[in-house]
Design a protein around this ligand. Structure first.
Ligand code: FAD
Ligand code: HEM
Length: 402
């Protein structure tokens, strides 16, 4: 298991001459990310086709928005280096580092990303803008950020006692269970992931019919010492492959559990808010809370879930039984809102009805619009909701996080 540390961002600074250059060119580079990104990936995948077929999510490559995340995060990091009031990017770096270790990224690959990204920046902005001085300043930004990530990722690998990048394990499908029309639960054996932190995910790798090895992340909903279980909703190529091609006994690759949206180990109330298949990390956290309640006290738990209709809420029964188990020894409630009934998640209204404990850890997971809406509600009604901390997971890279 990875021991959760934080990326180290203190004491990082740019050479004074580069600071001025970054300040002056940040608007130009930041404003050109949408043009730089496709050129970067196109050149990198031309030289290293194996990265697109076997490592990068080729579904994300079809979506410009998700493609932007890598380059946009460098611009965000640059703004933190030159603006003392900018927020510390530790949360962003932690998310990236966990994603990288879940894919087995290693230090040597940083040079490949560097070379292709910088070639793209020159191609898009031209050598008049990207003078040798400007290139040197951005180089320093890149390697400062790369170093934070490389160190953080190496620490994670070390803490799990594995060599850098050695995270792939072969697992065998033990059981496949249909939870709803388009959600199937898969239980794999062959590894002991029982020390995964509640809320973490694994990357599952499959070989598709054209020979590409594609990886996708799936949150762990439960473990034993021999098995782990994920719940997958049908979407594009990998989820459909899992549903249509895997039978009991089939083997796939799974990586060591990673991810920093994890249940905090304190007594503050827990509020889980999910939508659709975003219920999976919550199910993992509820399972851990139920296990904890067998041996000691657990905080008050409020599980709020939004879905289209009762029959599309794949984890309804399991959540209901987990919440009932928690309610036997403490305070726990399950609140559902179904869109087909015209219902929405209105947090301020729930607070007025006395359903929202104060000073809670909030864990949010769902689609991009849902999460943005929740974050707006939490900001607008911060007095009534008074969260202790807000943690969230998005199932796709997204540059508004950055
Ligand atoms: C941390 C994390 C945890 C996650 N946990 C879970 C989980 O527990 N359960 C779960 O089900 N999922 C989870 N996901 C999402 C999962 O990793 C995959 O993203 C999801 O299964 C879709 O992958 P896919 O290969 O099926 O779809 P992809 O082929 O990657 O396609 C993704 C989407 O893009 C669309 N698309 C593809 N190509 C095109 C195109 N040319 N034009 C337009 N649209 C296109 C597809 O229709 C689809 O909607 C998680 C993701 C993350 C990051
Ligand atoms: C300083 C250098 C780097 C930065 C700033 C960076 C940044 C990012 C960001 C922001 C994400 C999205 C995280 C998320 O929201 O899920 C990401 C994901 C990813 N990164 Fe990196 N990264 C860097 C280096 C690398 C390297 C060297 C590789 C390996 C070649 C790599 C491979 C990936 C992959 C495969 C993903 C998953 C997304 C996908 O498959 O589409 N990254 N990175």
């Amino acid at each position: 298991m990875y021991i959760s540390t934080q990326p180290q961002t203190t004491d990082i600074s740019l050479a004074p001459e580069n600071e001025e250059i970054i300040k002056a060119t940040l608007p130009i580079v930041g404003g050109a990310i949408e043009d730089i990104t496709p050129v970067f990936y196109r050149t990198m995948f031309k030289k290293h086709p194996e990265l697109l077929s076997d490592l990068f999510n080729r579904g994300n490559q079809r979506s410009g928005e998700q493609q932007k995340a890598l380059a946009a995060s460098i611009a965000t990091f640059a703004s933190m280096l030159v603006n003392p009031d900018a927020p510390d990017p530790r949360e962003m770096l932690s998310r990236i580092g966990h994603k990288h270790v879940s894919l087995g990224i290693t230090e040597d690959q940083y040079q490949i990303v560097h070379d292709n990204l910088f070639a793209a920046i020159v191609e898009v902005l031209g050598e008049d803008v990207v003078t040798p001085e400007v290139a040197a300043a951005w180089d320093e930004v890149y390697w400062l950020m790369a170093k934070v990530l490389i160190d953080f990722e190496r620490n994670l690998y070390r803490s799990a006692d594995v060599a850098d990048g050695d995270v792939f394990r072969t697992v065998t499908l033990q059981e496949k269970k249909q939870l709803s029309h388009n959600v199937v639960e898969f239980t794999f054996n062959g590894v002991n992931f029982s020390d995964a932190l509640p809320g973490q995910y694994v990357s599952i790798g499959v070989e598709l019919s054209d020979g590409a090895r594609q990886l996708r992340q799936y949150s762990i909903v439960g473990t034993t010492e021999e098995t782990f279980t994920v719940a997958v909703q049908r979407d594009g190529e990998v989820s459909s492959f899992l549903m249509d091609e895997l039978e009991t006994g089939s083997q796939v690759e799974a990586t060591l559990p990673a991810g920093d949206l994890v249940l905090q180990d304190d007594d503050a109330p827990v509020i889980l808010v999910s939508q659709g298949i975003g219920s999976t990390p919550m199910a993992g956290m509820l399972a851990a809370l139920v296990a904890r309640s067998a041996t000691g006290g657990v905080p008050s738990v409020t599980a709020i879930h939004a879905d289209a209709a009762p029959e599309t809420y794949a984890q309804r029964d399991i959540t209901e039984s987990q919440v009932s188990a928690l309610a036997e020894n403490g305070e726990a409630r399950h609140i559902v809102r179904y869109r087909d009934n015209g219902e929405t998640v209105e947090l301020a209204k729930m607070a007025e009805e006395g359903l929202i404990p104060q000073g809670a850890h909030w864990y949010l997971c769902g689609g991009s619009n849902f999460l943005q809406n929740l974050r707006d509600q939490l900001a607008e009604h911060s007095d009534a909701l008074s969260p202790k901390e807000i943690h969230f997971e998005l199932f796709s890279p997204n540059d508004w996080l950055i």
